[in-house]
Design a protein around this ligand. Structure first.
Ligand SMILES: [Zn+2]
Length: 83
């Protein structure tokens, strides 16, 4: 079974257990050469990889979009934590 076939919650927990020094839940700012930039999810990048042609699909244009993604896919409510 490859990484991207594991259930999301299991994969996330396993990454956090194996690499606790990586801030998995923090957004990472990424820009690619064609002028696209945004906030990437380290968990999704670890799970799926990241190629420049995927930037539009994998990057969130605002931090709010990133937080909504964390809540919906990774079951972490950063919106509540930030007040
Ligand atoms: Zn994600």
């Amino acid at each position: 079974m490859s990484a991207n076939q594991l259930p999301v919650a299991f994969f996330d927990a396993e990454m956090e257990r194996r690499f606790p020094y990586i801030p998995w839940r923090d957004p990472i700012h990424i820009s690619v050469t064609n002028g696209i930039d945004g906030w990437g999810c380290r968990l999704c990048i670890a799970r799926n990889g990241f190629k420049a042609q995927d930037a539009k699909r994998l990057l969130f244009p605002t931090l709010l979009d990133f937080q909504i993604h964390q809540k919906n896919l990774h079951a972490v409510n950063l919106l509540a934590a930030s007040g």
